[in-house]
Ligand binder design. Structure first.
Ligand code: NAD
Length: 248
């Protein structure tokens, strides 16, 4: 079950954290995984190496999701090289925290450029490649914060909520082409993005999580692998929450 043999998957921001876990989970199921990175080429090479050492197939694609011409060029060369694209995990994202009254225009632009425009550019190019074969999976990585909101995360939450609306629309646009579009909404997952929390913040956070612990990147990766599989063919326009019960 959930095998992805013969499929080609692109994971944006795949060199660390949740992205890396998605790359590994997809590769374990047999997909050839294209690991996108923007700055950490060494880390991305490490992911490719780890996948290959476990008997999987992987390749590298360095581009900034917010740089549309670079994304277009990267898609063209990956399609020339691999001949197809079956799965997109639009995972690349940044967090800029701050109360609304202190929100800077530049931060808002940076957040929307990466988290929303970047994800939609990738989705546009991916669905274009998936149309002719009439099969494909697009998975956006949103956040629990996009659904429940959080003090000091207005801008970040807005970008993550935007992905949910976009996924529902794209799911409707491409259903007739047999392309499914879903969202994975992680809760608090232990990665570089959340490593800044002090013990007091962490204890307060744990009180909000019924399962009593933060999540593992691997647990988001396996949710993505499931949504990418043939077994998830009848699931589209949905949000799969991987949050320990924090928001239900
Ligand atoms: P992370 O900071 O470790 O990883 C983010 C990845 O995105 C990095 O590899 C980074 O290089 C890449 N990236 C950033 N900007 C990019 C760009 N312009 N082009 C290409 N790649 C870019 O954080 P993470 O926790 O692994 O986060 C992964 C995704 O999951 C993000 O979208 C984040 O918003 C979301 N998320 C994380 C959590 C959490 O608790 N960690 C919770 C909910 C949602």
């Amino acid at each position: 079950m959930f095998r992805l043999d013969g499929k080609v998957a692109l994971v944006t921001g795949g060199s660390r954290g949740i992205g890396r876990a998605c790359c590994e989970a997809l590769a374990e199921q047999g997909a050839t995984v294209i690991v996108n990175y923007v700055r950490g080429e060494d880390k991305a090479r490490e992911v490719v190496g780890a996948i290959e050492r476990s008997g999987g197939k992987a390749d590298l694609a360095g581009f900034d999701v917010a740089d549309t011409p670079a994304v277009e060029a990267a898609f063209q060369s990956l399609l020339e090289k691999h001949g197809r694209l079956d799965v997109l995990v639009a995972n690349a994202g940044i967090a800029v925290d701050g109360l609304l009254l202190r929100l800077k225009d530049d931060d808002l632009t940076r957040l929307f450029d990466t988290n929303v425009r970047g994800a939609l550019t990738c989705a546009r190019l991916a669905t274009k490649a998936m149309m002719k074969p009439r099969t494909g999976r697009v998975i956006f990585v949103s956040s629990v914060v996009g659904e429940m909101g959080n003090v000091g995360q207005t801008a970040y939450a807005a970008t993550k909520a935007a992905l949910i609306g976009a996924a529902r629309s794209i799911a409707r646009e491409f259903a007739s082409r047999n392309i499914t579009v879903n969202v994975v909404a992680p809760g608090y997952i232990d990665t570089d993005m959340t490593s800044g929390m002090n013990d007091a913040m962490r204890a307060k956070l744990l009180e909000l999580i019924p399962l009593g612990r933060t999540g593992r990147a691997r647990e988001v990766g396996t949710a993505c692998a499931f949504l990418a599989s043939d077994e998830a063919a009848y699931i589209t326009g949905q949000t799969l929450r991987v949050n320990g019960g924090m928001y239900v």
